[in-house]
Design a protein around this ligand. Structure first.
Ligand code: 5GP
Ligand code: ZN
Length: 139
């Protein structure tokens, strides 16, 4: 099962041990080995998907359902001030492991490492915004 050379296939399917906090038939939730913060967790589907583009909506909805449970457990047990859910697709977006995964990163006001998710802003003209909206719109 899974791609032979994929570390997250091996982790998700239990061939490589991991700090597992939840497991079911769809996915495994583990602690990130190199956490941005205390409690940084990864939801990893057991089936291999490179990224969001190859994932079906049903699996995606199951993963997000599990995210709600992991988020609540993190909140109850770790008492963070906030939570970021991040899911990188493509090297340009920071993806380094090319097996779909979702990051759940608790945030703490007191943490030194508070520059997760900082971006500057781009400006687009009204025409460009309308063009972008139309190109993405189903209607
Ligand atoms: P990406 O940048 O692809 O969105 O995130 C990959 C994440 O996987 C990184 O945060 C990295 O620390 C984590 N990671 C990579 N290899 C392993 C591993 O073998 N075990 C665990 N637990 N996390 C890993
Ligand atoms: Zn894989």
């Amino acid at each position: 099962m899974g791609k032979d050379d994929c570390i997250f296939c091996k982790i998700a399917n239990g061939e490589i041990p991991s700090a597992t906090v939840y497991e079911d038939s769809i996915c495994r939730v583990i602690l990130d080995v190199n956490p941005a913060n205390k409690g940084h967790a990864l939801i990893i589907p057991k089936e291999h998907y490179d990224d969001i583009y190859s994932m079906d909506a049903d699996t995606a909805s199951k993963i997000f359902t599990i995210a709600t449970e992991v988020a609540k457990a993190q909140k109850a047990e770790l008492n963070p001030d906030g939570l970021n859910i991040i899911q990188n697709n493509g090297a340009a977006a920071g993806q380094t492991v090319f097996h779909f995964h979702m990051h759940l990163i608790p945030r703490y006001q007191s943490a030194k490492n508070n520059d997760i998710l900082m971006w500057s802003h781009e400006n687009f003209s009204d025409e460009e915004m309308a063009q972008i909206r139309d190109s993405l719109s189903q209607n």
